[in-house]
Design a protein around this ligand. Sequence first.
Ligand SMILES: [Zn+2]
Length: 127
Amino acid sequence: MDPPEAAVYAAFIPLVAFLYPLHPVAVVTFMFVQFCCNLAIHAGYEFMPARFSRSRLARFVSSPTSHVQHHETGRGNFGFCFQFWDRLMGTCHPDYDTRLQRTTQAVPAGPNGGLEAPTAAARAKSL
Ligand SMILES: [Zn+2]
């Protein structure tokens, strides 16, 4: 994350708090969820199971693969948590669905249908 981007994120909370009263628990919860999303999306690992890429949910929520493409090109996949904004605005990378399928398929499914955690090496290779 660039410093100006971090400043925009940091300025968002006081701006919203100025316009609308926010409970401190809501602010802390929002910051925690943002922090977790940020960690997950920048981890360099695809956490989604293979069946995710074929689901309707994949068209709605974002994935680490989406954000990797965002960093590679800087010209699309702007949705941080949600993929549907990019699909709605025409900024979804044209290769995203194919790459997500390839990335999630790169980890062989085990006896639990691919829900078990693959090795770090397998994850890194898939991205
Ligand atoms: Zn990023």
